[in-house]
Ligand binder design. Structure first.
Ligand code: SF4
Length: 442
């Protein structure tokens, strides 16, 4: 039985070369994105991961010692890294039969799977406020990675408990973020997904202070971050960006191809009165103006958003306002969730909860409206030449994503017969067909 106060803390021992260190960093990043805390103390950890090195005998001996120490100090140990395969893996299991699991180098997905199984997160997944898809992060294929730039949030939206769980916004200095991004690119990552609870607020808490990267002074703010990430020569995609005026400065970077022409803006509703009751940070009318300005500056921009239907007190008229907003905004990709109370959220106190059958009926109407919009928008891409990043390949062909598709939440591009490609390849081709969510290249 795991004690309550250990439930989300993971200990980590990282041994070996810089490549092993990048693996450790990737595992640690993904764990923290999924809500785990990293602790430097054996006694606080619900599980300890040892990333081993098997390069030479003395490194192997050091790894075995580290495993032994973690077992005697904590007892719940997961082994990964270069000693986690072949004869070395057998030796570990013989010497330390109590280890929970042994995986090889760069086995990110297996390690995360073991941690999730051995140490389930206390916090239930909430699609509206969580940063990662509800199935968790699939790290295979390995050519994309999430880059978390801050923790916490200064807003107090009534349906959300992030500020009480994680506190106010704490941005990572830009030098840290750039060093991590550069390491990921060096390890083969072709696309970085920039995430945080409020990406547009990046640096506010640090008063946009100057930090250093590669000896150069850089301001910790969203524009500088986008500009610098844009120099890395890979796809850079921004998520959770609120439509504040300063976000306009990113659009020229998108139009010039420095960062992907894609913005994920969590709008949650289109009715000003519902947004007020939610205590949301941006107003619906200004959002429509902003969106049309962005489209003028960068016509190829893909806009994604998420919405909540059935928020307490939502009237039929307010829901109609949401549908009208949707028709006017003409967003490319949209997710919709039926409101469900989260323990500890202020919205639970609001009067007039919407009955479940009304929520379900509104969700259907919302989805039908949006489906028509996104399907018509995808249809206009037929005949266009697009660039695709390949995610997976089998004997029937390849599946990839265009610049307008974020992994796991948007559509995909099918390339039938293209079975000689590899995950992580970039290819270009003409769109020959589309359906409600996906595209086909001929
Ligand atoms: S902006 Fe609102 S919904 Fe998003 S994390 Fe902050 S409080 Fe939660």
């Amino acid at each position: 039985m795991i004690e309550e106060n250990k439930a989300q803390k993971v200990g980590f021992v990282s041994l070996g070369c810089p490549k092993a260190l990048v693996d450790s960093e990737r595992i640690l990043t993904q764990l923290s994105i999924e809500g785990y805390e990293i602790t430097p103390h054996y006694e606080d950890a619900g599980i300890v991961i040892v990333n081993t090195c098997g390069f030479i005998d003395s490194a192997k001996a050091e790894s075995l010692d580290a495993i032994g120490e973690a077992i005697s100090e904590n007892g719940r140990v997961l082994v990964t890294g270069c000693m986690g395969k072949g004869e070395d893996a057998k030796r570990i299991q013989e010497l330390h039969p109590s280890v929970i699991g042994v995986t090889g180098p760069a086995a990110y997905e297996e390690v995360l799977g073991e941690v999730r199984r051995a140490l389930p997160t206390v916090h239930e997944h909430n699609p509206i406020i969580d940063l990662v898809p509800d199935q968790g992060i699939k790290l295979t294929p390995r050519h994309y990675a999430y880059l978390k730039i801050s923790e916490g949030c200064n807003h107090r939206c009534r349906f959300c408990i992030i500020p009480s769980l994680r506190g106010d916004l704490v941005s990572r200095p830009i030098g840290d973020v750039m060093t991590e991004a550069e390491g990921l690119v060096n390890s083969g990552v072709r696309e970085l997904l920039v995430i945080s609870q409020d990406t547009s607020a990046y640096g506010v808490d640090l008063k946009y202070k100057t930090d250093f990267w590669g000896g150069r002074p850089l301001k910790t703010n969203l524009y500088t971050l986008a500009e610098q990430l844009g120099e890395l020569g890979i796809w850079i995609r921004f998520h959770y960006v609120y439509p504040y005026p300063h976000v306009d400065s990113l659009i020229p970077l998108m139009a010039s191809g420095k960062v992907l022409p894609y913005l994920d803006i969590p709008l949650q509703h289109g009715s000003p009165s519902v947004l007020r009751r939610m205590k949301r940070p941006a107003a619906a009318e200004k959002t429509l103006d902003r969106i049309s300005q962005w489209r003028k500056m960068c016509p190829e921009i893909t806009l994604r958003s998420t919405f909540i239907v059935g928020y307490p007190g939502e009237t039929e008229a307010e829901f109609q306002e949401l549908l009208t907003f949707l028709e006017e905004a003409h967003l490319d990709r949209v997710g919709c969730f039926k409101y469900s109370p989260v323990a500890g959220a202020a919205a639970n106190e609001l009067p007039n909860p919407v009955p479940e059958e009304v929520k379900a009926e509104r969700w259907e109407r919302f989805m039908a409206t949006q489906q028509e919009i996104s399907s018509a928008k995808l249809h206009t891409k037929i005949g266009q030449r697009i660039e695709v990043l390949i995610d997976s390949v089998d004997e029937n062909g390849a599946i990839g994503r265009s610049k307008g598709d974020a992994p796991e939440i948007d559509g995909v591009v099918h390339l039938p017969g293209a079975n000689t490609l590899n995950p992580g390849d970039w290819v270009a081709g003409e769109v020959t067909a589309s359906d409600d969510y996906d595209l086909w290249l001929g």
